[in-house]
Design a protein around this ligand. Structure first.
Ligand code: MTE
Ligand code: MOS
Length: 789
């Protein structure tokens, strides 16, 4: 036995600030994305042909010019699909791969051209001649409601207390409405799939997907083959943000059908305009609300309807609109409440998952109510927030009847108020506004509480596969996908910690349906919670076998064996980890294990609107200050301070990056990112020229972000960490509310400014003018209907 000196700790274990495992490859261009995979000889390229009508019957299609175009090998339509022409993730059979007979949105795929190059396929697709017979179309959510358009899925109702009694006893009531815009995912790597046919009915698909198991199922379904014939692989995505949870399936299905038909490798990659046109986005909402409150601003009753533009099919609109309702309370106790969803069909692309999954829209609605109460009473919105926080006797029950048990928002807000110097800066802004005729300042401090777990209970499970090789190196595979968030790094850290080996002994391999089956989407921020636990479970199985072996081999008790940094202590001696592995292999000990995990405690009945859908909550708060030019509506974020709760962080460096990135993405959603459909139902904002995501220059001038390093998850999550992917997105709300305050200053902060989201400079300018006019007229315009488009 080698005698080893113990070292303090392993490199890159859990809780270390470890860099992203591919960070150096991202910046040097050596990280392999799907378009970088070497193409086999004879690879062909597919390009989609999209509908030019929002709602129409297809009378005839003339492909002659398409087929005669240079490089064209063939054309695929619905008739070429061997299995079912459907990729509905909700299993509602309402999501065709190729429209057949009629189209339901402008941009819907009707066919694909297969050609020798992508450019040849793209040019050929534009040469199609289609005869349509137009049908009436509806693109807007309010128009859909007025036209009694169908719902894409049954609505949800959450109810508690007695709202009639609540409103009857409330001294004050405000009602209003708000529009909340959608958002394009703007992942850097667009949608892409690359399919390679195998023997018999087999196909391997490299897909930029957050949900390889569902992509596998959809490809199998479309091909009419069993799932065991389809393998889906993804090493990494260049961003997903929810936009590749279901939307990747279309491209995978088309590539697979073509690979099967032509028996060649096929790649399908739309250009950015078509990607933005043909794939779903964040749902935009219209919120109708009524809130009752006392003279202090304590809420007594809330009644709200959240209507969403779902697009032409169900996709994930059910769970997305559900999650909006789950977050309309944010951190606030509503004694009497009724919340209803209205998932409306429209003739637009089917909307889908996007960071927060409807939660942000619900939360913005809830925060708008707080703002209205504050401006109606002439008070600081933060005072109204604190008055209504969950906490205290009988004030911890959510509208879905889950008790809030882990509330830490009070401490976070207290710390942020101090570190951001909120009170003094608010007074300074008010003083500044009195003297400054054009530039106005606003400051807002807003909280976040976000529920963690998939509301679809069966999704809360995960698997992992861990191999230890005879040289002591470890290969890790799990069901989660890497999209830049750092999941692969975090799970590898868990494995390093379990075996007590340095992180560089562990290689994470591409996610593959052939290695870990029946996985859930990497979504709902649950990637590290689920896959971290599954990987730990696999390691523990191998460790148990190693301990049993070592005890027997070296004649010591199992309790006297411990995994220490890069060594194993066996009684009084130490042996290198790799040496123990070698000895275990020679003794025929199995050095590979499949791990599994399922989240405990959760349950949910949608029919009753009751349960414990969330294992725990993640919290955070942000304070933003803006300057607004009241002559142009333009604004600038001067400073943002954030404290965010990730429990005991698995990796503070990655978590900080997630918080910063999510805040900026949330700010973009609520300020400059505007989706705009014209009267024909065409999306006119389908490129960065017309769709404005935040630039580096739009970031807050001063940006102080820190983790609540004292926080620890009271539930037994992986190393007591909390999910981080989505919750900080909603920290962006402080920017919207700071803009509100700046606008409200022109009317002495007594009229709710009610700026719809996104608060583009145009909307801000219109709000300022409206408020100035209302003030000049000397009337309190707070009940006026203010929908400005
Ligand atoms: N971070 C990066 N860099 N890229 C992404 O695409 N997606 C977000 C978030 N952070 C995303 C990201 C979304 S929508 C989710 S649900 C989570 O990451 C998913 O990963 P996780 O569960 O491992 O946190
Ligand atoms: Mo994230 S919207 O759950 O992929």
């Amino acid at each position: 036995m080698n005698v080893m000196q113990p070292v303090d700790r392993v490199r890159g274990a859990v809780h270390d600030k470890e860099r992203h495992e591919s960070g150096h490859k991202h910046v040097s261009g050596t990280a392999e994305y799907i378009d970088d995979i070497p193409e086999p000889a004879g690879t062909l390229h597919g390009y989609l042909g999209l509908s030019q009508r929002a709602h129409a019957e297809i009378l005839s299609v003339d492909f002659e010019a398409v087929r005669n175009s240079p490089g064209v090998v063939g054309v695929l339509t619905a008739e070429d699909i061997p299995g079912e022409n459907d990729i509905s993730p909700a299993h509602k059979h309402d999501d065709p791969v190729f429209a057949a007979g009629k189209v339901e949105f402008h941009g819907q795929p009707i066919f694909a051209v297969i050609a020798t190059s992508r450019e040849a396929a793209r040019r050929a697709a534009a040469k199609v001649k289609i005869d349509y017979r137009d049908l009436p179309h509806v693109t807007d959510v309010l128009e859909a409601a007025a036209a009694n358009y169908p719902l894409v899925i049954d609505p949800l109702k959450l109810e508690r207390g007695d709202i009639d009694a609540g409103f009857a006893q409330a001294k004050n009531t405000v009602s209003g409405e708000m529009r909340i815009g959608g958002q394009d995912h703007f992942y850097l790597e667009g949608q892409i799939s690359f399919a390679i046919p195998g023997e018999d009915d087999e196909v391997t698909v490299f897909s930029s997907t957050q949900h390889p198991s569902e992509t596998q199922l959809m490809v199998a379904h479309v091909l009419g083959v069993p799932s065991n014939a389809v393998t889906v692989n993804v090493r990494r995505m260049g961003g997903g943000f929810g936009g590749k949870e279901t939307q990747a399936n279309l491209f995978a299905a088309v590539a697979a059908v073509a690979a099967r038909k032509y028996r060649r490798a096929i790649k399908v990659r739309p250009d950015r305009d078509d990607d933005m046109t043909a794939t779903g986005k964040r749902h935009d909402f219209h919120v109708d609300y009524k809130v009752g409150f006392d003279d202090d601003g304590r809420i007594e009753a809330v009644d709200a309807v959240f209507a969403a533009r779902c697009g032409f099919s169900a996709d994930l609109s059910g769970p997305v609109t559900d999650r909006a309702l789950f977050h309309a309370d944010n951190c606030y106790f509503y004694p009497n409440v009724r919340l209803r969803s209205r998932p409306l069909k429209t003739n637009t692309v089917s909307n889908t998952a996007f960071r927060g999954f409807g939660g942000p829209q619900g939360m913005v609605g809830g925060e708008r109510m707080i703002e209205d109460v504050a401006y109606a009473l002439g008070k600081d919105p933060l005072e109204i927030r604190k008055l209504n926080f969950y906490g205290g006797e009988g004030r911890n029950l959510t509208p879905y009847h889950q008790t809030v048990e882990d509330n830490i928002i009070g401490r976070i807000i207290e710390e942020l108020e101090v570190s951001s110097d909120y009170a003094a800066r608010r007074q300074a802004a008010i003083a500044f506004n009195r003297e400054s005729p054009v530039i106005k300042r606003g400051i807002a401090l807003t909280p976040v509480k976000f529920g963690i777990s998939f509301t679809k209970t069966e999704y809360n499970q995960a698997g992992a596969l861990v191999h230890v090789y005879t040289d002591g190196s470890i290969q890790l595979n799990h069901g989660g996908t890497e999209m830049g968030q750092g999941l692969y790094t975090k799970v590898a850290q868990v494995v390093a910690d379990e075996f007590q080996v340095d992180l560089d002994h562990i290689k994470v391999t591409a996610t593959s349906t052939g290695k870990v089956p029946n996985t859930s989407a990497t979504a709902a921020s649950s990637g590290s919670d689920l896959n971290g636990m599954a990987a730990a479970n696999a390691c523990q199985q191998i460790k148990e076998r190693l301990v049993r072996f070592a005890a027997e081999r070296y004649g010591v008790g199992e309790a006297d064996i411990a995994f220490e940094p890069n060594t194993v202590r066996i009684g009084a001696e130490r042996i290198a980890f790799a040496d123990l592995i070698k000895a275990a292999y020679a003794a025929r000990v199995q050095l590979s294990a499949a791990g599994f995990y399922k989240t405990p405690k959760i349950h949910w009945s949608r029919a009753e609107g009751r349960g414990r859908p969330f294992y725990y909550f993640a919290y955070g708060a942000s304070c933003s200050e803006v300057s607004v030019d009241t002559l142009t509506g333009e604004y600038q974020v001067e400073r943002t301070d954030i404290i965010h709760d990730v429990g005991k962080s698995l990796n503070p460096a990655l978590d900080l990056g997630q918080v910063e990135g999510a805040f900026v993405q949330g700010m973009g959603w609520l300020t400059t990112e505007e989706l705009w459909w014209d009267a024909k139902g065409r999306l006119r904002t389908h490129a960065p020229s017309t769709y404005k995501i935040p630039l580096a220059s739009d970031r807050p001038r001063v940006f102080n972000v820190r983790l609540a390093e004292w926080s620890i998850n009271r539930e037994e999550t992986i190393r007591r960490s909390k999910a981080v992917g989505e919750p900080p997105f909603m920290l962006g709300i402080s920017v919207l509310e700071a803009i509100s305050m700046a606008a409200a200053s022109v009317a002495d902060y007594r009229i709710p400014p009610r700026i719809d989201a996104p608060a583009t400079p145009e909307r801000v300018l219109m709000a300022v003018e409206r408020l100035r006019a209302a003030r000049a007229a000397g009337r309190d315009d707070r009940a006026a209907k203010i929908v400005d488009d």
